[in-house]
Design a binder for this molecule. Structure first.
Ligand code: XMP
Length: 330
């Protein structure tokens, strides 16, 4: 629309004025909509003086690294360095089973990797990139600035969410936050206007600590856990797309449980893993209701999972709302 087009043009002008004609900027892409739209916008404004990085921490969904690579390089023509940090991240998670400690270990490693990226860039350019592009939205701004005198530090500190994937101020960059005045639906419209494909725009949110909060306990305890989780999750998500349910749901995912149950597969007694499925409706993730699938859909998904994933003999569906549950299981 005209409104969005003029908002886009004025944003580009603002970004060019702020960054200037010679300075460089860095941006960490998460694979989500916000950072992708922010980076696309800045790339339009300053071209290849924008340097993006995407970190594969070994906790991503099935084929996510390849999908992201294709999306950024082929569709959006964004210059992006992909860093495979799976091994080093999983090493840091060995023996860690407390959910908050897992989040901290992932957040700290992400910052370390990002810093190394920025230092290498500085050596290559001969000077430091001065700007950091972030996909902060208006609701994030409100949430991190509670009303004065409320005595609140954060609006809710049940989980240390906003620390993971965010970068601390002490890294010394000037922030560029082109989405700071926008709500999610406006960001989506802006993305579409700039040619970000609709399937990407409509992706469900994915947490910074990724599959670590969907693989309960020590993620390295069972060597195949993350792969089993990826396979189950992919079957579930593909079924949502096939049955045209994906867009009715805020988030949907599988959870790997570190327990085994008895089953019978091909006349044999089996002792295998249980997986949980979760699908919720929500408008902001703060409260949520579980999605009412038809029994037939759940039966189909359960059959596909137990037929295709040999490590799983039982599938359960999470029927709790938030509150009292949270969206993620950890
Ligand atoms: P909970 O589980 O607290 O989740 O009900 C609410 C929303 O936040 C997401 N979430 C996270 N996002 N880092 C993130 O970037 C985190 O540590 C984290 N924990 C939860 C969750 O997926 C849901 O959308």
């Amino acid at each position: 629309s005209w409104d969005m087009q003029s908002a886009l043009d004025s944003q580009l002008a603002t970004i060019r004025t702020k960054i200037g004609n010679t300075k460089h900027a860095v941006c960490a892409l998460s694979g989500g909509v916000d950072s992708a739209v922010a980076a696309t916008l800045v790339h339009k404004a300053i071209g290849d003086r924008l340097h993006c990085v995407f970190v594969d921490n070994g906790l991503l969904r099935y084929k996510e690294q390849e999908r992201v690579r294709q999306m950024f390089k082929e569709h959006l023509h964004l210059p992006v360095t992909i860093i495979d940090a799976s091994e080093r991240q999983l090493t840091k998670l060995k023996g860690v089973s407390d959910p908050e400690k897992k989040r901290k270990a992932i957040g700290a490693e992400f910052i370390a990797i990002f810093q190394e990226f920025a230092e290498k860039l500085e050596r290559d350019l001969g000077h430091k990139a001065e700007f950091l592009v972030q996909g902060t939205l208006y609701p994030d701004v409100i949430e991190s600035c509670p009303p004065p005198g409320s005595g609140q530090k954060h609006s809710h500190v049940i989980k240390s969410h906003h620390n993971v994937g965010g970068l601390p101020e002490k890294l010394g960059f000037d922030l560029v936050e082109p989405l700071r005045w926008l709500f999610k639906d406006e960001v989506r419209k802006l993305g579409l206007l700039m040619g970000v494909p609709e399937v990407f725009i409509k992706r469900h949110p994915f947490p910074g600590p990724g599959l670590a909060v969907r693989c309960l306990g020590d993620v390295t305890a069972e060597p195949r856990a993350l792969d089993v989780l990826r396979d189950v999750d992919e079957i579930f998500i593909n079924a949502l797309r096939e049955f045209d349910l994906y867009d009715q749901i805020w988030q949907a995912f599988a959870v790997f449980l570190p327990i085994k149950s008895v089953g019978v597969q091909g006349d044999q007694r089996s002792h295998k893993h249980v997986v949980g499925l979760r699908a919720i409706t929500s408008s902001d993730g703060m409260t949520a209701d579980w999605f009412r699938f038809s029994g037939d859909f759940l039966a189909e998904v359960s059959n596909r999972i137990t037929n295709q994933v040999s490590d799983v003999n039982r599938v359960v569906y999470d029927i709790t709302s938030k509150p009292p549950s949270t969206v993620e299981w950890e």
